[in-house]
Design a protein around this ligand. Structure first.
Ligand code: FAD
Ligand code: SIN
Length: 519
């Protein structure tokens, strides 16, 4: 077998969503940067973000109120220091983005702020009505393109991290099924979330939890993996994907009604449609079961055709492509896996437990979201913590790279019927480790995932197989953490332990070779 090609860069960034791009911009102050991404440059959750970006910039708002709202949504499990950093640095990051060309929607000359669940003020900036993430990607990619010391490698997948003597020295990458070692003085992981482990998800195909799985295999600690946020409203149409119906639709007055056309949220929470996401998702599940249906409706008809078309052009036109005019008909919706609060455990500068390895964005767990993320806080997190991780990585990676022994290419493995296993895994996670869990469902899932564990020990060169390996690993970690948490907090709801109970304030930390308790 030939040797694996070796390339060298000062800094490696894995992922080109908001967190990776912001980290790369910062790192360019310290040396050459290579940004790799496994698909086209903008394919990411960031690109599809609709509702907007939360920031305390309006005249009626204050950083302290944003802080309190974030803590409240996190249900007692946020790391307060991390939240403080988010809300305090947020305004500066947004003004910087505007200076780089971001065009947020305005009312006259003033920035327009929207409302979403659990925010006590209107503080959600949006762009193009409901295309905020697209605008962020546009601006950040243009900024990165304008910096000559940043090299971009699309369709390049990081398969494993290279860790020698406890130090991360880059990643083993695969491009067109050809492996290469990409060595770096510091590596920033920004690979996003893991929604694809669920059969019903708002996340794009790239969100397969690669960064979390790879870091775990390399010895990093993963924290809070049981906390998966299910968005209450994704499109439910037989021939359509689970396209997100932004919470801003409810923020602007959209109503939930069941298939009998009864408004129902008054039975579940006094905030009605703007109750916390986990409450709305469980209420919808209950209504679905009660009415023997698969969906409920989100009704916008009373908001007026002109307003809906102007404020939500992307939602309007997307639904229309599936034959649904949302100004005239209620939208069939069901909850979908949307965001993972847990991830690679970091400090507030993105440092993981492995020297030279930093993480930011959805793949990381700074503790900023606690048990439940406040809507529209994650784009802000990507900007604030992407920058911080980039700065810390740049500051700390002073030493030159040690020499790394060349590797022989491994004969690639293959997984017969891998698409079938992928489908089975995703359905299993939805049914057994979804919105409502219990020891019985979790143990069943654990047993089934164990049967696929052998896949996580093999090496592959095909993207779908590498992703499946990572999805199995992450599914196992979510299940393990959900079993450990014998209480219900935030987005984690156990039918057999419906209250908070004892020990609820501890965080589950999972590490290869042992550490798997509430420390
Ligand atoms: P991502 O934006 O997902 O980027 C991850 C990058 O890593 C991608 O470029 C991907 O290709 C790459 N990658 C992954 N694995 C590998 C690998 N092995 N090798 C190389 N590259 C890899 N949040 C808000 O705050 N406001 C919103 O309005 C909002 N709306 C949302 C709407 C939708 C439909 C979704 C799915 C999410 C939404 N969120 C929203 C959440 C938010 O978009 C994400 O949490 C955030 O964009 C994550 O940014 P990120 O940079 O961490 O990851
Ligand atoms: C939405 O637009 O509802 C998504 C916002 C978010 O997930 O933060």
């Amino acid at each position: 077998m030939p040797d694996v090609r070796q390339d060298v860069t000062d800094f490696l960034v894995i992922g080109s969503g908001v967190a990776g791009l912001r980290a790369a911009i910062e790192l360019s102050n310290y040396g050459g940067v290579t940004v790799i991404t496994k698909d086209v440059p903008n394919e990411s959750s960031t690109e599809y973000a609709q509702g907007g970006i939360a920031v305390a910039l309006s005249d009626e708002d204050e950083v302290g109120i944003h802080y309190e709202d974030t803590l409240k949504a996190g249900d007692g499990l946020c790391r307060e220091e991390a939240v403080r950093v988010l809300v305090e640095e947020g305004p500066e990051r947004i003004m910087e983005l505007i200076s780089w060309g971001a065009e947020f929607d305005r009312e006259g000359t003033r920035l327009a702020f929207g409302l979403e669940a659990a925010h006590s003020r209107k503080r959600i900036l949006h762009a193009g009505g409901d295309s905020t993430g697209k605008e962020l990607e546009r601006v950040l990619i243009n900024k990165v393109k304008a910096i000559p010391s940043i090299k971009r490698l699309p369709f390049t997948l990081a398969a494993e991290l290279i860790v020698l003597d406890g130090v991360c020295l880059g990643a083993l990458t695969v491009r067109e099924r050809r492996p290469a070692s990409l060595l770096a003085r510091a590596t920033v992981l920004a690979t996003g979330g893991a929604g694809q482990v669920y059969s019903i998800t708002t996340n794009p195909q790239v969100s397969t939890g690669d960064g979390m799985a790879r870091s775990y295999r390399a010895g990093a600690a993963l924290e809070d993996m049981e906390f998966v946020q299910f968005h209450p409203t994704s499109l439910f149409l037989p021939a359509a994907p689970h396209f997100l119906l932004t919470e801003a639709l409810r923020g602007e007055g959209g109503r939930l009604i069941n298939i009998k056309h009864e408004r129902f949220m008054n039975r579940y929470h006094n905030e009605m449609e703007l109750a916390p996401r986990d409450v709305v998702s469980r209420a919808i599940l209950t209504e679905i079961e009660r009415t023997g249906s698969n969906y409920v409706f989100l009704d916008l008809r009373h908001l007026g055709e002109d307003f809906v078309k102007r404020r939500f052009p992307r939602v309007y036109s997307t639904c229309l492509t599936y034959g649904l005019d949302i100004t005239r008909e209620p939208i069939p919706v069901c909850p979908a896996a949307h965001y993972i609060m847990g991830g690679v455990k970091t400090d507030i500068d993105g440092r993981t437990g492995i020297k030279g390895l930093f993480a930011a964005g959805e793949t990381a767990c700074t503790g900023v979201h606690g048990a439940n993320r406040l809507a529209s806080n994650s784009l802000l997190e990507g900007l604030v913590y992407g920058r911080r991780a980039g700065r810390a990585a740049g500051e700390e990676a002073k030493s030159p790279l040690p020499s790394v022994p060349e590797k022989k290419a491994m004969p690639p493995g293959s997984i017969p019927a891998h698409d079938e296993i992928r489908g089975d895994l995703r359905r299993l996670m939805w049914q057994n480790v979804g919105i409502i869990r219990s020891e019985t469902t979790l143990l069943q899932a654990k047993k089934r995932i164990e049967e696929w564990r052998y896949i996580t020990e093999k090496s592959f060169l095909a993207r779908r197989e590498i992703e499946l390996k990572n999805m199995i690993q992450v599914a196992g970690l979510i299940t393990e953490a959900a079993l450990l948490r014998k209480n219900s907090v935030g987005a984690h709801f156990r039918l057999d332990y419906p209250g908070k109970g004892e020990g609820w304030q501890e965080h589950a930390v999972l590490m290869k070779d042992g550490g798997r308790a509430h420390p």
